[in-house]
Design a protein around this ligand. Sequence first.
Ligand code: ZN
Length: 608
Amino acid sequence: MNAPIRYTLLATAPHTHRFLSRCTVAEPAADGQCFVLPAWIPGSYLIREFAKNVIAFTACDGDGAPVAVTKTGKDGWRCAPCRGPLSVELEVHALDLSVRTAWLDTTRAYANGTALFPRLPDRADAPCELEVVLPQGETYAGWRVATGLTALATDARGAGLYAAADYDELVDCPIEIGDWQHARFTACGVPHEIVIAGRCTVDLDRLARDLERVCSAQIRLFGEPAPFERYLFLVMAVGDGYGGLEHRNSTSLLCARDDLPQPGAAELTDGYRTFLGLCSHEYFHAWNVKRIRPAAFTPYDYQRENYTRLLWAFEGITSYYDDLMLRRSGLIDEAAWLQLLGETATRVWRGPGRHRQSVAESSFDAWTKFYRPDADTPNAVVSYYAKGALVALALDLTLRRLSRGTRSLDDLMRALWQRYGRLGLGVPEDGIESLAAELAGQPLADFFAACVHGTGDLPLAELLAGHGLVFRLRPAEGATDKGGRAGSGTGGRVDAGLRTTLAGEELRVAHVLDGGPAQAAGLAAGDVLVALDGLRVQPRGFERQLGRYAPGARVELLGFRRDELMRFPLELAAAPADTVWITPDPQADAEALQRRQAWLGETGVSPG
Ligand SMILES: [Zn+2]
C-alpha cells in the first residue's frame, strides 16, 4: 500500500523561533524506520546541512509510547522497530531571513520543507499530506497561509490540510504565514497571486498589471497551456535585501521595500526594474530548471552534491531571458535593455577568472567555488549566471544567423520543453548542444568548445554587429561605474590591480588581481592600506589619490599585514578597457535593423 505520509507544521510558539514538525507513518519499516533531512535545497547549489538546526528529534508509537531513536549521521535518524503509526517530532530553530531555509517570529512564519520535513529514504514516491497549525491568540488573528500546495481541507485563513503528490512536491512549495498584502491577476487564463510580507507600501494594481505582461509573454514563449494550474509570488520586503528561489508553481523572493512600486508613482525606477527582473527570472525557471532540468537532478539527491556542467544553461539562459522578457513585454525600451546587457558584460569582462574557468567548469564546481567565494574568486571563478547569459546571447544570435532568421534561442527553449520538460525527462549533459545543432542544421561543436568549454572572450562584437549594434570597451570610471553606458571621459587612467573594501574606517584589500601591479608588489587580500607616497590613504578617496598619477608611475604603498607594517613599491599600469557599453550603429543597414527588430522588438515573441 502507499498510504500518504502525514506531516504537521506547528507554528504555535513564534516567540521561541522554533517550529515543531511532525511526521506520521502508518506502517513504519519492520526493521526500524529511517528519516533524513536534506543537506541542500534545489536551486541553491551549496551543502547547507539543514539538520544543524534540529534541536530535538523524538518518536512515539501507535500507543503513544516513546520509541528509541538513534542518530545515524549528521542528518539521519533511525527509530527502533515499533507498532504503527509511528510519529516523530522535530524541534527546529528557524531564524534565517533568506529564501532558502525557515523563519519564525511574532511577525511572520516562513518554511521551506527541506529545512523542516524529514524524508523517508525508502518511501520517496509516497504521497504526502501536510497539516498547517497556526498560533493562537489576538496577536496572530490576522495570520493567513500562502503556499503552492493543493488545499484539501483548510479554513478561511488557510490553516488545515494540504496535499502533495510526493516528497519532491512537498518541499518544492514554500509556505508563507503572516498578515500579508495580496493581489491577484490572470495570465493566459491561469490564476496568479502575489503575497507580500514585511512592512511596506506598494501599488498592488500596478505590480499585478506589470507581472501579467511578463508572465503572459513567457507562457506564450513556451506555448500554452502553462504547465501549472496556479502560480504564487511570495515576496518578503525588507530594508535591504535581494534574492529569489524558483519552484514549480511558486517562487520565494526577498526584496528591498523601496524597490516595490509606490502608490501614485508612475516612473520605472532602477529598483522596480530590478524587482521585475527578479520576478521574471524566477518565473522563467518554472520551465527552465524546474521542468526542463538536467538528468543529474532527475531525481534530486537531497543528501549530497548533484553535479552537472549545465548550470550555465539553466541559470545563464534564464538570466538572459529575465530582462529580455521585460523588453519584449514592453516594460523597458531597447536602450534600457542594452544598458542592462552592457552591465552584465562588464561584470564578465572585469573578472580575470573568465580566462581560468569555463562556464561548464563553473557549473560543475558551483558547490565549492561559485557558492563559496573568497579572496581569490575574481581570479579563479567565472559566473555561470553572467557569462552564461552572454553565452545564451551568443547562441541566440548564432542560431539566428545560421538559420537566416528562421530559428532562435526561443525555438531551442521550446524544443527543450517539448523534448524533455513536458515529458519529465532529464536533459543529458550533451542535450543542449545536440538540440541546438539540430536547429542550426549543422554541428555547433566549435561554438560549444569555445564558448561553453573554453576560456576565451566571447565573439559578441561580431555577433552584435550583424544586428546593427556596436560593442564598445572603455576603462572604468571608479568603483561605482557598473558599465552599460558611455563614460564621461574623466575616468581613471591608472590601475593598481586590486579591489578594496571599507572595513570601519580602514581601507582593506579585498582582492589582488592576477598579473596586476599589486600582485607584482606582493600585496595580499586582507592588507590594510595606510599611506601612498607618504600621505595617509583616504579610505573613501583612494581612487582619487591614485588618479593623480599617470600610467607607469612608481609609487610606494604602506600597509599593515596583521600588525606588521609593510612597504609595497608599485608600478601603476594603464587602466584596462574592461567596461562594456553597447549602442545602436547609426550606419547599420536595413537588414540588420530588421534582424534587430525581430529579436528585440515588442513582437519578438513568436507564437510557438
Ligand atoms: Zn536562477
